[in-house]
Design a protein around this ligand. Structure first.
Ligand SMILES: Nc1nc2c(ncn2[C@@H]2O[C@H](COP(=O)(O)OP(=O)(O)OP(=O)(O)O)[C@@H](O)[C@H]2O)c(=O)[nH]1
Ligand SMILES: [Mg+2]
Length: 227
């Protein structure tokens, strides 16, 4: 009898659900974006700022992932964007099956951009394809410049890395140049944006990049999903 490692089987099953999600998103003309970070790096703050500033050409909705509360979905609904909360209990990441269930219950009619905020965790979320088109990592600069080398997977997997909380650089004493070099060492293709959700610094560059990426992904010629 062939022995299949449990982790391999879990990821294979996840990939099947992710492919089904991806097909469904394509059919409905939805671009899905997976926002990942360690707890508290600023995913919901980035979403609040981004959704406020995306122009009316986009029709977004948000799926929130958290262990227990609906606090983040409440924040998104408060700015007038539809939001659905997945509470994972003890599970430290979202998986494609959770997204598959959520999109059965959460009407996506008229939605063309689905933002998914993953559970706060610097490691596990990056291992699970959700069927998304874009992966965006939010990193709090106060955590230090060396983390991309210590925890490379999420940095490596992400199309864009937002270096958030740059307003705190004077207090944290972290070098943004060293941090950017370390991100590029594990992911030379990453689009990197030093930003502050507190002061608004750098957000327009990020929004421009996101808008261009969404336009490209919506164009039929790049229906393969690569940016
Ligand atoms: N100084 C500063 N604080 C920020 C910035 N962005 C977010 N914060 C604060 O950081 C804390 C966490 O922000 P959230 O947006 O909730 O972070 P999150 O990644 O969604 O957190 P979880 O969903 O719990 O993982 C909040 O107190 C925010 O006000 C920033 O650019 N500068
Ligand atoms: Mg959050």
């Amino acid at each position: 009898m062939e022995r299949v490692p449990v982790e391999t089987r879990i990821l294979k099953s996840n990939d099947d659900y992710a492919q089904a999600n991806r097909r469904l998103f394509r059919q409905r003309g939805i671009t899905a974006i997976n926002f990942m970070s360690a707890p508290g790096a600023g995913k919901t703050s980035v979403l609040e700022q981004t959704l406020r500033q995306l122009d009316g050409a986009f029709h977004p909705a948000v799926i929130e992932g958290d262990l227990y509360t609906t606090l983040d979905a409440d924040r998104i609904q408060a700015i007038g964007v539809p939001a659905y909360q997945i509470t994972t209990g003890t599970c430290c990441h979202l998986d494609a099956r959770m997204i598959s269930r959520a999109i059965c219950e959460f009407p996506l009619h008229g939605i063309d951009t689905l933002c998914i905020e993953n559970v706060g965790n610097l490691v596990c979320p990056a291992e699970f394809d959700l069927g998304e088109d874009l992966r965006v990592m939010v990193y709090s600069v106060v955590e230090g410049a060396e983390k991309p080398r210590k925890y490379p997977l999420m940095f490596h997997q992400s199309h864009a890395v937002l270096l958030n909380k740059v307003d705190l650089v004077p207090y944290a004493g972290v070098s943004i140049q060293e941090l950017e070099d370390n991100v590029l060492a594990v992911n030379p293709n990453a689009a990197i944006f030093p930003v502050s959700c507190r002061t608004g610094q750098g957000l327009s560059n990020w929004i421009d990049w996101l808008t261009r990426s969404l336009d490209l992904l919506r164009a039929p010629a790049v229906a393969s999903g690569c940016v």
